[in-house]
Write a protein that binds this ligand. Structure first.
Ligand code: 5GP
Length: 178
């Protein structure tokens, strides 16, 4: 069993790069078919999606734009508590078809919030494209059109995903050894 150490935790090999890239190509081919004649704007959600976004975009053969956004959490000054703001959005989404690129959908709350924010810009459509999905953790009703792989409820790192900031720079995906 191939294992890696990230800070104080051990992880074992879960999805090899070859398998990831096969699924990324499959999803890119679907997008190429579905978006014929359209010029989508891809919005990659940082930090975790940076490697997935790069590999996906290399397989997309449509005229398209990509922008990188981040969800910043900060404590609001009023009683509503935590406010999450989408930062870095520098493309006008009005009447544009939008494809969100996400690393992993867990509870789905991040994507639900992102959809709420983006809809305010009146895009023509919004699709979610995620590398990974944990169906067992989903808490909200989310329409995920593009999903490379479904995984169990375990914590994973690699291929862009981190544990406490580390472990993003591996080609394969690893799962936590409990
Ligand atoms: P959600 O809002 O769907 O619960 O969480 C989505 C975010 O949580 C992802 O974008 C990712 O940053 C983080 N996340 C969820 N599950 C995992 C995991 O197994 N490993 C890592 N590294 N991040 C995760």
């Amino acid at each position: 069993m191939q294992t890696i150490q990230v800070k104080d935790k051990s992880f074992s090999l879960f999805i090899p790069e070859k398998e990831i890239l096969k699924e990324v190509k499959r999803i890119a081919a679907q997008i190429n078919r579905d978006y014929v004649g359209k010029e989508p704007v891809f919005l990659a959600v940082l930090n975790g999606s940076f490697i997935f976004a790069a590999d996906l975009l290399k397989e997309v053969n449509l005229p398209c734009e990509i922008s990188f956004v981040k969800l910043a959490s900060y404590q609001g000054v009023n009683t509503t508590g935590k406010i999450r703001e989408v930062i870095g959005l520098n493309v006008d989404l009005t009447e544009r078809p939008v494809i969100i690129i996400e690393d992993i959908v867990d509870t789905g709350l991040t994507m639900a919030h992102m959809l709420d924010v983006l809809k305010q810009q009146n895009p023509a459509s919004i699709d979610i494209c995620t590398l990974l999905l944990k169906p067992g953790k989903l808490q909200v009703d989310l329409d995920i059109r593009y999903c490379c792989m479904e995984i169990p409820n375990d914590f994973i790192v690699g291929y862009g995903l981190d544990y406490d900031g580390y472990g993003r720079n591996t080609r394969d995906i690893y799962t936590l050894i409990k």
